[in-house]
Design a protein around this ligand. Structure first.
Ligand code: ZN
Length: 326
C-alpha cells in the first residue's frame, strides 16, 4: 500500500497541514484537507476523520479544535486528522451521500479499490492513510433532517482482550449510550467501526448533533471524547475533565423504525428518549392532513436517532431504536 501524497500548506510547532492526494486514478481530482501533529518521541498514532457527512458540523468543528489541542499537548506519537472527508459534497450540502457516485460512504467499509469513487476513497483512507493507526476515530452527528443522541459505536469480535481495549476506547466519551455491537450481529455492518475490528484494528464512531446546526455541547462531546482517548493512550498529559455528566448506557445493537407511508409525521419523541413497547412515537397524516394512523415503538428502548423533518417517504429510516436490557 502506498501512502497518500501530502502537499504541505503550512507548519506551526508540531502541527503541519495541507492537502492529501491519493494514488488511485479514481481519486485523481480529489484534494482532501489534512492535519498532522507529530511529537518528537515515538508512540501510537491516532487517525481521526470528520465530515463523511458534510452537514455534520459539530463533528467537523471538533476536528478543528482537536488539531489545536494535540498541537499544544502531544507528548509522543502522532495524530492525523481529515476534518472533511466528503469534500465533493461539502459546498453543496450533500445529505448522506457523496455526489460523485451517490453512495453513502458510511456503509462501504472496508472499501473496494475496484469500486466507484466512494468505495475507492473509503478503501484508500482506511488502508493507506490510516493503515498504521492504533485507533481509527470516525466523528459524525445529525445531518440536515436528523437529530442524534450523543452516542458511540464500537464492534465486539469475541476476542475478549481485543474487545476490552475497543470498549475502553469507546467509553472515553461522555455519552448517552455506548453501542457495543454484538459479535454475531449482522444488521449493522459496513461502517468503518463495524469492519476494522475484524481486521484486528480498533475503531470507534461517535454521533452527536442535529440539523447542520453548531451546538456547543455536541462539539464538546466529540472534542472531549477524543481528547480523553489521547490521554488514555498516554499521548497527552493535559488536565482530565471533571466528572462525567452522562450515562454511557450500554446497548448491543439498534434497529430501524421505517415510515409506513409517504406523508406527514408529527413526532412525539426526541433523540435520547426512552420509550416503552407500543408507545406512540408520532402521528401520521396524508398530504391532505387526514389521519393515517400512528407510529408505534416495536419494543422498549432508547432512541438514538430521529429524522425530524415532518415530510417522510414510505420505507425511510426514521428512527434508530436500541433495545434496552431488562
Ligand atoms: Zn454521519
Amino acid at each position: 500500500m502506498t501512502s497518500p501524497q501530502k502537499q504541505l500548506i503550512g507548519t506551526r510547532g508540531l502541527l503541519s497541514w495541507g492537502t492529501l492526494r491519493f494514488a488511485h486514478p479514481a481519486l485523481a481530482d480529489l484534494h482532501l484537507p489534512y492535519f498532522d501533529i507529530v511529537a518528537d518521541a515515538p508512540g501510537p498514532k491516532l487517525a481521526i476523520i470528520a465530515g463523511m457527512h458534510p452537514n455534520e458540523v459539530d463533528a467537523m468543528e471538533a476536528a478543528l479544535r482537536l488539531k489545536a489541542h494535540f498541537a499544544e499537548h502531544l507528548l509522543k506519537g502522532s495524530v492525523s486528522i481529515i476534518p472533511v472527508l466528503n469534500m465533493p459534497g461539502l459546498f453543496e450540502h450533500a445529505e448522506f451521500v457523496c455526489p460523485i457516485d451517490g453512495k453513502n460512504m458510511n456503509f462501504l467499509a472496508p472499501g473496494d479499490p475496484a469500486g466507484s469513487f466512494s468505495q475507492v476513497l473509503v478503501h484508500s483512507v482506511l488502508h493507506e492513510w490510516a493503515a498504521h493507526a492504533e485507533v481509527f476515530i470516525d466523528l459524525h452527528g445529525g445531518d440536515l433532517r436528523e437529530e442524534v443522541a450523543r452516542f458511540v459505536m464500537c464492534q465486539m469480535t469475541g476476542n475478549a482482550e481485543f474487545d476490552q481495549r475497543t470498549r475502553a476506547l469507546a467509553h472515553q466519551f461522555d455519552a448517552d449510550s455506548i453501542v457495543e455491537f454484538a459479535s454475531d450481529q449482522t444488521s449493522n455492518r459496513g461502517r468503518a467501526t463495524n469492519e476494522l475490528p475484524w481486521l484486528g484494528r480498533h475503531a470507534v464512531m461517535a454521533e452527536g448533533g442535529a440539523n447542520g446546526v453548531l451546538d456547543p455541547g455536541c462539539i464538546e462531546f466529540h472534542f472531549q471524547g477524543v481528547a480523553n482517548i489521547g490521554r488514555y493512550l498516554g499521548l497527552t498529559d493535559d488536565q482530565a475533565p471533571a466528572a462525567r455528566r452522562r450515562n454511557n448506557v450500554v446497548v448491543s445493537n439498534f434497529g430501524k423504525v421505517e415510515a409506513p407511508i409517504s406523508g406527514r409525521l408529527y413526532l412525539e419523541v426526541a433523540a435520547g428518549d426512552r420509550v416503552a413497547a407500543g408507545q406512540r412515537l408520532g402521528r401520521l397524516q396524508d398530504i391532505y392532513g387526514d389521519p393515517q394512523g400512528e407510529l408505534l415503538a416495536p419494543h422498549a428502548g432508547l432512541i438514538l436517532m430521529v429524522v425530524n423533518h415532518p415530510i417522510v417517504n414510505q420505507g425511510e429510516w426514521l428512527i434508530s431504536l436500541a433495545p434496552l436490557p431488562g
